[in-house]
Design a binder for this molecule. Structure first.
Ligand code: ADP
Ligand code: MG
Length: 530
């Protein structure tokens, strides 16, 4: 009896000890298995291993069930685990993505003597998928930081150069102007001097880009409606010019209706979008589609993209083309000032993407490239959204169709060529018949010859008569002349007097297509002379 008792208690102790070991093995956050080193037969799996691959795999071949191979794996470490005598030797440590689970593991393999004394293969593995992901994000963040430090330095350098160049250029632009004033119309030197002037102006636009890079940290305090900026791009003179060089290219907009606003600098934002559109067009010499889209990001996407969190989330702008694409190793270079694959100084200056980069940084955003050589490129721009305030009247998007004209005649009077062109473009786009003149005197003469339904009148013009004087002269022979006043300055005494004479509305320059559309419509449909 005593003997039976002691055998039983020894057995109990053994079972308890076995249970302890299995409990521990099944509770560790590592996958553990044992397989025969010659037959690859699975002899043991702990619970983590079973959770991952299935619970009744004992007796199966390890390479089949753990790696989906039909023969022993090429990566099998068995040979390395035993010495010449077939005895266990050191550990093999290796990391790999498991082809079945698609998860990453750090594996510790070694040969051991099994309970029946044969030599077997023991593997203990720790999953590293998450660590790798974190590591990848950290490296990405570091690369971004390096990139932004590099850009900062190059930007400073470029800015210094630009500053000096700007002073030099003002002479090259201003003197031709003065010379031209004194030269008779038919003088031989007019043409070359005009050429000097326009070259100087082209150089000035480059310098302007450089200054944008140097003046980093622009004010981003205006509430910007990105959709509106994008739609406006198609009305810019640059856009027409672009299309004339790339006739096979067409632009498709797909803009989210309730896009959140962004705090920003509209000028820089629009310039950046235009730069992306130009590059997209230039990447498609055979023509193709440029798609510009916008949408609000949801919180999950923001997390997946690893973006820092902002209270109002993010707005995403995508500019996609079907062009030549950008090779991986080029992708971080394209943001450097003066990096260009185009003919330097002719088609490219290499400043477009640098301006985009600086602008996105200033807006607290991020830019990502998705590109394949020969397939096309997508630029993703993530911008922190701002709270939706009561949007002020001049950024509100309106349905332009409701403000279309019907061929009514409008005369734009402005001494600045660009202003005239923009106004002409916008008004033609709205369906009006538009003419433009550059001075009050010309306006008076024009209206005498060809009466117009409406004047869009600049207030300050030099040299010659100003807006008020122009309107005074015109109403003297056409008392019910309708007019809108446009000025870069706030409402002045001249504006008030002109309105008193019967001009209808005053709008502040620069105005958007929405503003002028509404003003013109209101003016034309109201009673005349008010
Ligand atoms: P530029 O257009 O004057 O060359 P950018 O700074 O705008 O200068 O662009 C730099 C370079 O980046 C381009 O020369 C081109 O090689 C590459 N790149 C930019 N956008 C695209 C695009 N959408 N598709 C292909 N390449 C592009
Ligand atoms: Mg460019």
């Amino acid at each position: 009896n005593k003997m039976i008792h002691s055998i039983q208690s020894a057995e109990n102790a053994l079972m308890a000890s076995n249970e302890r070991f299995v409990t521990v093995l099944d509770s560790v956050d590592a996958t553990i298995y044992v397989a025969d080193i010659n037959t690859y037969e699975i002899l043991f799996m702990n619970q983590s291993m079973k959770n991952l691959f299935g619970s009744d795999l004992i007796g199966k071949r390890c390479y089949q069930v753990f790696r989906g191979e039909s023969n022993p794996c090429p990566v099998c470490k068995n040979d390395a685990l035993i010495d010449d005598q077939g005895e266990p030797k050191g550990v093999a440590v290796w990391e790999e993505e498991n082809p079945v689970t698609k998860r990453w593991f750090l594996n510790y393999d070694r040969a051991i003597h099994w309970i029946d004394d044969r030599v077997v293969h023991l593997q203990i593995a720790f999953e590293t998928t998450k660590i790798r992901e974190l590591d990848r994000k950290r490296k990405e963040a570091e690369a971004m930081l390096r990139q932004s430090q590099k850009m900062e330095a190059i930007g400073k350098l470029a800015g210094g150069v630009a500053h000096d160049l700007n002073n030099v250029l003002s002479g090259i632009i201003n003197y031709p102007e003065l010379l031209l004033l004194d030269l008779p119309e038919d003088h031989d030197l007019r043409e070359p001097i005009e050429e000097i002037k326009s070259s100087g102006e082209r150089a000035a636009t480059i310098v302007d880009d450089l200054l944008t890079l140097a003046r980093r940290g622009v004010a981003v305090n205006e509430q910007v409606d990105i959709n509106h900026l994008i739609s406006q791009c198609a009305t810019l003179p640059e856009y027409d010019k672009l299309l004339s060089f790339h006739p096979g290219v067409h632009l498709v907009l797909s803009l989210e209706k309730d896009l959140n606003p962004v705090n920003g600098s509209p000028v820089h934002m629009q310039k950046s979008i235009m730069n992306l559109i130009s590059n997209a067009a230039e990447a498609m010499p055979e023509g193709g589609q440029i798609q510009v889209s916008t949408r609000n990001l949801n919180p999950e996407e923001i997390m997946n993209e690893g973006l820092p969190s902002y209270p109002n989330g993010y707005v995403l702008i995508c500019v996609a083309d079907q062009g030549v694409g950008i090779a991986k190793e080029e992708q971080e270079k394209i943001f450097e000032p003066f990096y260009t694959k185009k003919v330097m100084g002719r088609s490219g200056t290499g400043l477009g993407m640098a301006v985009v980069w600086g602008t996105v940084e200033d807006h607290g955003g991020q830019i990502k490239i998705d590109s394949q050589v020969g397939q096309g490129t997508v630029f993703h721009i993530y911008l922190p959204a701002s709270a939706r305030e009561a949007v002020s009247a001049d950024v509100k998007t309106i349905d332009l169709d409701a403000f279309q004209g019907n061929g009514e005649t409008i005369l734009v009077v402005d001494d600045v060529k660009e202003q005239r062109e923009v106004a002409k473009r916008m008004l033609s786009r709205l369906g009006y018949t538009v003419a433009a003149v550059s001075s009050g005197e010309e306006a008076v003469a024009h209206v005498r010859e060809h009466p117009v339904d409406l004047l869009v009148l600049d207030m300050i013009m030099a040299p010659g008569i100003n807006g008020r004087q122009t309107y005074e002269q015109i109403v003297s022979f056409k008392p019910d002349q309708r007019a809108i006043l446009a000025s870069g300055f706030s409402e002045s005494e001249d504006v008030k007097q002109t309105m008193h004479l019967g001009a209808g509305q005053y709008i502040k320059k620069p105005y958007s297509i929405e503003i002028i559309a509404q003003a013109v419509k209101r003016e034309l449909s109201g009673p005349a002379g008010e």
